[in-house]
Design a binder for this molecule. Structure first.
Ligand SMILES: C[C@H](O)[C@@H](O)[C@@H](O)C(=O)COP(=O)(O)O
Ligand code: ZN
Length: 215
């Protein structure tokens, strides 16, 4: 796909992320792998104002383009692409329920089989570090190796998938799981979980289940 088409797809994903109630204001960012680097949203511009020209190319060495400021989180997007060769799209947001669980500094456990959509029996929570920092991208690199979605302590969520549609879908699924978890916690803690062998079964089933979208 050409740069303009990908840039449009990034903007549409951002707008849809807001429409789904997963984000607010200028929080969050979205990227796609592109030509050895990535195309990524600019820093601090409201999604409704974005045009294809705002989307920034950051090369494999972390160099951006003159006159454009890439997302402050380009380092952790780059870290995800290094850690996960299967990922071609990364979505980050401050969805309320995911952020709520991240403040508790807990992983989301296997309270529902949909946890398997992220590749395992939990959604881990990467330790806190200042936004945009090398330290944060180090934590992300470590946590994302074994899952397609992770929480960022006191911050939000990252979802990485084969394409933008899948990454946004996964971000939405994790937000639903986080909401469910926060609803259950005041009633029962620890919340009952599914056994690991069942989650492994569902992880396998998801490898061939639906979601055959191309962008
Ligand atoms: C302060 C930023 O909002 C930070 O939280 C970052 O993680 C974010 O979500 C949006 O930053 P950018 O607009 O720089 O992508
Ligand atoms: Zn953020």
């Amino acid at each position: 796909m050409g740069r303009t088409t990908l840039a449009r797809a990034i903007i549409d994903t951002c707008l849809e992320m807001t429409r789904l109630g997963l984000n607010q204001g200028t929080a969050g960012n979205v990227s796609v792998r592109h030509q050895g680097g990535m195309l990524i949203t600019p820093s601090g511009i409201a999604y409704e104002l974005l045009t294809e020209q705002h989307i920034v190319f950051v090369d494999g060495q972390g160099h951006g383009e003159t006159d454009k400021i890439p997302s402050s989180e380009w380092r952790f997007h780059q870290a995800v692409y290094h850690a996960r060769p299967d990922a071609n799209a990364v979505v980050h947001n401050h969805a309320v329920n995911c952020t709520g669980v991240s403040i508790l500094n807990r992983p989301i456990p296997a309270i529902h089989y949909m946890i398997a959509a992220a590749g395992g029996n939990d959604i881990p929570c990467a330790p806190y570090a200042t936004f945009g920092s090398q330290a944060l991208s180090g934590h992300v690199a470590a946590a994302i190796q074994h899952r397609k979605a992770i929480l960022l302590q006191h911050h939000g969520l990252i979802a990485a998938e084969a394409n933008l549609a899948k990454a946004l879908w996964l971000a939405h699924e994790v937000e639903v799981l986080a909401a469910l978890y926060l609803k259950l916690l005041p009633i029962v803690d620890p919340v009952p979980v599914l056994p690991d062998d069942e989650i492994l079964r569902v992880v396998e089933k998801f490898k061939t289940y639906g979601l055959r979208v191309d962008h």
